[in-house]
Design a protein around this ligand. Sequence first.
Ligand code: NAI
Length: 213
Amino acid sequence: MSKQIISTPVIRRLPRYYRFLADLEQEGVIRISSGELAQRMGLSASQIRQDFNCFGGFGQQGYGYHVEELREIIGEILGVHKKTGVILIGAGNLGKAIASHVDFTKRGCELIGIFDSNPLIQGTSTANLPIMPMESLDNFCSQYHPEAAVLCIPKDAAQKIADRLIGLGIKGFWNFSHYDLRLNNPDVIVENVHLGDSLLTLSYCMHRNEEQA
Ligand code: NAI
């Protein structure tokens, strides 16, 4: 497979390809053409071929794509077989929901520690992990070397905690804190997640439809 720089829009589509292919595999589909896959995913066949060509192309002329093989290749690209150690900071409503309902292992990650500054919840458990005080963060990181952190803390705490975590070796942030982290470190990756942005997009599209009707 040829290696080249992959554009962000293509990278953003890969998890979706992976999910659709996993569903197809579950349905017992062995192979699929770019046209059929495009129809299922609401994309164009040329878009799919173009995306897969970024990785050297996976299909065979007249045969289509082997579903299991393609899912495995995309899974490999996404790193689903890795075991990146992840810690979660802020075990409130959102943090607990994420710890309990996100399947980290399916996505190449392992949730290994949960931390919160509230002494009232320290020592209780969520997702079978004890909630630890922030004071034990340094020791924990030097012992277990987590590489990524989920931030579920209020926005005014996010930047300071992120800077501290970078000093402790964190290389990636899944940031829910409603504050777009600004990091001057090209080695650290930030994925800011705002569920509200998605809702706003829905809202805009619905109103646009109403206006056009
Ligand atoms: P919450 O108040 O239930 O939980 C926040 C937790 O963070 C608390 O347990 C608190 O003790 C802890 N905390 C506060 N400061 C801390 C610090 N400096 N160090 C460690 N722990 C600290 O709030 P909730 O509902 O869980 O929301 C958490 C954050 O996520 C909020 O900023 C909220 O606005 C945001 N949020 C973001 C969403 C998104 O789509 N990105 C969706 C929903 C909430």
